[in-house]
Design a binder for this molecule. Sequence first.
Ligand code: CP
Ligand code: NVA
Length: 354
Amino acid sequence: MEERIIVAKFENVFYGRSVLACKDFTPNELRYMIDLALHLKELKKQNIPHHYLEGKNIALLFEKTSTRTRSSFVVASHDLGAYPEYMDSTGTQFGKKESVEDTAKVLGSMFDGIEFRGYKQSTVEGLAKFSGVPVWNGLTDEWHPTQMLADFMTMKEKFGHIKGLTLAFVGDGRNNMANSLLVAGTMLGVNVRIVTPSALHTDQKIVDIANSFAKETGANPIVTDNIKEGVKGANVIYTDVWVSMGENDWEERVKLLKPYEVNMDLMKMTGTPDDELIFMHCLPSFHDLNTVYGKEIFDKYGLKNMEVTDEVFRSKYAWQFIEAENRMHSIKAMMAVTLAPLYIPAYAVNGCKE
Ligand code: CP
Ligand code: NVA
């Protein structure tokens, strides 16, 4: 008797992949993860279980501090049925007594996936190269890809679509957020404007990456020091801290970026109708004097806030806390598609709405 074995073709373009920077994915792949994140948010709100990672173990390796990214990975792991273990450079051999390669080999032999937050992009790349398991970049000096999933998810939640929107990032044009928004936004058809003093102009290498995607998506990425032109017609005013983790040049940044403070005048300068305009911030933020650094800057320079006024932060435009919550849903989507043997056919990825 003839025996027929039918083997269903396993299809999931994400399975086993690391997420080190958005540019390593296609625009459709980013869109798929964003849509899945919105779906998982809905499941969570309705208390519908989604244990796609039952029995998996997740390493969370942090060289830099974190509230949102750490919490998101922990809660997302639990919601997916996985076990997360937090490690930092004070409590492990990592960095001082053990190399990236050796750490990667050890963690990869025990854990199913590794999150890394730290300084160099080459470290997260090394972990991916040597661990043999998916590695997720939870922020480096260069990129913040998981923040991008949450940010464009938030924009889709607010506007119902992403392509064709205009986002003005006002602040330090050379940091991980400016880099990531310029490239990921352009990939998704968003007109991203980096509004920054010329001394902090975005690295040409990053601008070139964005320009290469712009040819494909028709987006119009711009870096400008002109606030008026940069924010005109924006749907999203986005800002970030003036001094990123690992940096220390407060004096220079305060001087350069004070004119780039996001205040109500700047919001009005967009000329965008109120219901088509939001404020976003990856957080944490210096919008008042209730932080140690905020207080120090007040004592030294007399500033009551840095990158954004308290008025904008608490205004009707403020979407930063929805954005923060979305970190968890989008990190969950990313972990699920890269680590669970889910059936995700190519047509599902390619059919995502812009
Ligand atoms: N936005 C963000 O990455 O926040 P944390 O530094 O708190 O993780
Ligand atoms: N640019 C900031 C982002 C924090 C989420 C930093 O690197 O500190």
